[in-house]
Design a protein around this ligand. Sequence first.
Ligand code: PGA
Length: 248
Amino acid sequence: MRKPIIAGNWKMNNTIETTKSLISEIIPLVKDAKCEVVVCVPFTDLEAARKAIRGSNIKLGAQNVHWAPKGAFTGEISAEMLKELKVEYVIIGHSERRQYFGETDETVNKRTKAAIAMDLKPIVCVGETLNQRESGLTSEVVKTQIVGALKDIEKESLKKIVVAYEPVWAIGTGKTATASDANDTIAVIRKAIQGIYGSVSANAMRIQYGGSMNPQNATELMGMPEIDGGLIGGASLKAQDFAKVINY
Ligand code: PGA
């Protein structure tokens, strides 16, 4: 049985002050959650979030990590730095990073390896653009992305990884993939993982859906057999909405 995991991706939102207030609002609403609950906050909010979630069932996540242990990489953050802040999860290869910051399957792979080496749990994102979907390339695109992201990663390390399937056209647009489309594409991803690591590892892998997931569609999406959770953007910024998704 795969334990569902619902993670908020705050993106570039919230200051230290609003981090404290949002988390204190969320805590009582999700205390009986049956799934794993994570908040992935901006680097500058990690320390405040770490303190705010203390004693709760909420886990801490970051939104990126560099692959080098240290050095001349202005503006980047290492896995050791995240570990020091008690970060447990880290989003890697979000489509916004791929689209605006030149992230590639190769850099996603390097970041994933660095995270694993420091015992962080990567949330590796894959997903097709609207153009690719309309050209019938969805399966091919997500397969290439997942194979690239996992290149040379040992089977043993796979347990730490969560995959997030996020169709780019569904992110922040209010358009959601239908539950059955999302389920089918996640099955394609699982099949690709099975091709590399075998069925035991593939069946153990948690694969989330992300893209305009909200209180209205969470129950249906979470009811699909292949969908093991959600990566939630907009709806994670409102305590009530995020809690409703978590308590789907
Ligand atoms: P959204 O974002 O829920 O606002 O569509 C999801 C994501 O980008 O992780």
